[in-house]
Ligand binder design. Structure first.
Ligand code: S3P
Length: 449
């Protein structure tokens, strides 16, 4: 099978999905490790960093801000700029497709006396930035966004004051940007989360020697606080495997006719495990095995096999812990018996695409009954025979829609084509090779597929 991630692809039904793969490095942890190493005192090494376009964009931005960034095989070495050493970048910082890269770097840079322009690709330039810029302005940064609060953004940092902030959205990117700015602010920065979101910033900051306090609340997310003026110390970081990427091979095994798959080294953080819990609630044959450790995180290996799935009403309280897995979860729902309902997921509207629309269009094009809701969707599962397939899915510059559609094609009655797979490299460059090694039949195809 072609490994070239250009152009169109088609996935045909595979009789058996079997084998063992290692999950690629976690994207969220990779961005954070690079950013923290870049502003730390001294040298850091990072192992297991995700080799994907989003993360490489962050590495380039950190170099443009003055960090020494080099790579030898799997090991990245970063010479941090230290407390006051961030450079004025000479050219705009280009974050490509990466929301995490650009939004967290706003926060990281806001406490330094530099001025920088931030740009991205068409998809990133259509996403909201005010959610991060507004609290950073309140802390004392100056930020000018383009019409509608979009990129390009010009941000001028400087002396910051701490704030107490309750983000209106359940967003780890907003929380993290404010915490990173808080490192350089006077006083204690406090975030009151509406719901718990991924806590990799808090865990990674501790690994770099920063004290972060987290207090849990009943009926609301945690309160996270840190005192400004703390210095990050260079460290040796190990990145865990990405549960969001692991979900694709696991889903392929659950909907397969035959076989069984192991995905090794998958992070098991409770703020990221919603997909695994939801699949189990649908009746998935899914077992956790032996694990390992990474910086601030714990890993396991998952085994999955063909399963008779049943539709569920997804608890809105678990949505944040599987926000990036909802496209592949919708594919599971298409193979389940009965109805699956997802609500409380309005944040999907502002991801790499409007993912509620993209998910509904992906399923509809392949003969699956679906209803679009303002904050989610309802899937009328086709049962174990799976969906008719035969559709051509518009990926809308969205890597997770592309990979979900190709997984669906591996077990649908007729092949599923996608119009563009180039953006899969933003998060999971090895997806075609990993899937091929498990027996998937994903091939390059012509424009008229
Ligand atoms: C991320 C947070 C989530 C997630 C994104 C990665 C992060 O975004 O969808 O892929 O690394 O903090 P939001 O903060 O916008 O929910």
């Amino acid at each position: 099978m072609a490994s070239n991630l250009g152009g169109h692809m088609i996935a045909r039904a595979a009789p058996v999905i079997r084998g063992s793969i290692e999950a690629p490095g976690d994207k969220s942890c990779s961005h954070r490790a690079l950013m923290m190493a870049a502003v730390a005192d001294g040298r850091s090494t990072i192992r297991g960093l995700l080799d994907a376009d989003d993360v490489l964009a962050t590495a380039n931005a950190m170099a443009a801000l003055g960090a020494g960034v080099s790579r030898e095989g799997d090991v990245w070495r970063i010479e941090g700029v230290g407390r006051d050493g961030m450079h004025q970048p000479e050219t705009p910082l280009d974050f490509g497709n990466s929301g995490t890269g650009v939004r967290l770097t706003f926060g990281l840079a806001a406490g330094y006396p530099i001025s920088a322009e931030f740009v991205g690709d068409a998809s990133l330039s259509a996403r909201p930035m005010e959610r991060v810029l507004a609290p950073l302005r309140e802390m004392g940064a100056q930020a000018e966004a383009s019409a509608g609060g979009r990129l390009p953004v010009r941000l001028s940092g400087g002396r910051l004051r701490s704030i107490r902030f309750a983000p209106p959205q359940a967003s780890a990117q907003v929380k993290s940007a404010v915490l990173l700015a808080g490192l350089k602010a006077d006083g204690v920065t406090v975030i009151e989360e509406k719901e718990a979101t991924r806590d990799h910033t808090e865990r990674m900051l501790r690994a770099f020697g920063v004290e972060v306090e987290v207090s849990q609340r009943d009926g609301a997310g945690p309160v996270v606080s840190l005192l400004g003026g703390q210095t990050l110390k260079g460290t040796e970081a190990v990145i865990p495997g990405d549960p969001s990427s692991a979900a694709f091979a696991i889903a392929a095994a659950l909907i397969a006719r035959d076989g069984g798959v192991e995905v090794r080294n998958v992070m098991t953080n409770p703020t990221r495990d919603g997909f695994f819990k939801a699949a189990a609630a649908m009746g998935a044959d899914l077992r956790a095995g032996v694990g390992g450790a990474a910086t601030g995180e714990v890993c396991t290996s998952w085994r999955a096999g063909p399963s008779a799935l049943k539709g569920i009403d997804l608890d809105p309280a678990v949505v944040a812990s599987m926000i990036d897995e909802l496209p592949i979860f919708a594919v599971l729902a298409a193979f389940a018996e009965g109805r699956t309902r997802v609500t409380g997921a309005q944040e999907l509207r502002v991801k790499e695409s409007d993912r509620i629309k993209a998910i509904c269009a992906m399923l509809e094009a392949n003969g699956v009954g679906v209803e679009e809701l303002e904050d989610g969707f309802v899937v009328h599962g086709c049962g174990p025979g799976g969906p008719p397939g035969g559709g051509r899915v518009e990926t809308r510059h969205d890597h997770r829609i592309a990979m979900s559609a190709l997984v669906m094609g591996g077990a649908a009655k007729a092949p599923v084509a996608v119009d563009d797979v180039s953006m899969i490299a933003t998060s999971y460059r090895d997806f075609p090779e990993h899937m091929a090694s498990l027996g998937a039949r994903i091939e390059q195809c012509g424009n008229d597929a």
